[in-house]
Design a protein around this ligand. Structure first.
Ligand code: PCA
Length: 208
């Protein structure tokens, strides 16, 4: 039985909800799959999130870490490909820290690629009718920091990556683009179900 560590984030930037925490909690409540699912809500704070993540990884030794967070302006589920070794915070985190042009990990590599089967996941979500895309930047805020930390912290034979979610119907501020809560839950569940897939990734790349 594989151990899957699935994380969302607490609210930030004045919001009172974060759809990523809602989605992972909903998936955990209904989970009936074959894996041991460990679910956590991370603080939106640079130091505290990385500390909590490292503690969870040390405690559970997951075979795969799937971290999720909110990308407020987006209309699609975005499967991140790259975490960069850069923090450039537009707003202070929930602990009041606002590093600008600082490394996530001093001396670490410039970037770390997701080790989730990103194209397979895109294929699975799209086949289920969910709006999804691959993304080449998880930003330079706490989500990117968590992605970079997770990929570096898991066992060498384990996988890790990050998925940005849009707002959900019940959490979206007025006028903000969003997907149904059910769609976000379904997307996260599919990612849990397929994160350890080894099927070939068939789709090609893009030029833009
Ligand atoms: N989104 C932020 C941090 C927490 C979250 O849910 C981000 O994209 O960095």
């Amino acid at each position: 039985m594989a151990v899957v560590l699935l994380t969302g984030f607490e609210p930030f930037d004045g919001a009172d909800r974060n759809p990523s925490a809602d989605a992972v909690t909903a998936v955990a409540a209904d989970y009936d799959g074959p894996h041991e699912l460990v679910v956590a809500t991370l603080p939106v704070a640079f130091e505290a999130s990385a500390h909590r993540l490292r503690t969870l990884i040390a405690e559970h030794s997951p075979d795969v870490v799937i971290a999720t967070g909110l990308a407020g302006g987006s209309t699609r589920v975005a499967i991140e490909r790259i975490g960069v070794n850069l923090i450039d915070a537009r707003i202070a985190d929930n602990d009041g820290d606002q590093p600008v042009d600082a490394p996530s990990e001093a001396g670490g590599p410039a970037a770390r690629f997701s080790t989730l089967p990103v194209k397979r996941l895109l294929q699975v979500l799209t086949a289920d009718g969910l709006p999804a895309q691959l993304s080449l930047s998880a930003g330079t805020y706490v989500c990117n920091h968590v992605m970079y930390t997770a990929v570096g912290a898991v066992r060498k034979d384990a996988r890790a990556g990050f998925v940005h979610l849009p707002w959900s119907t019940t959490t979206a501020p007025p006028g903000a683009s969003h997907l149904a809560d059910e769609q976000l839950g379904r997307a996260v569940r599919l990612i849990v179900d397929h994160a350890l897939d080894t099927e070939a990734e068939e789709s090609g790349g893009t030029i833009w």
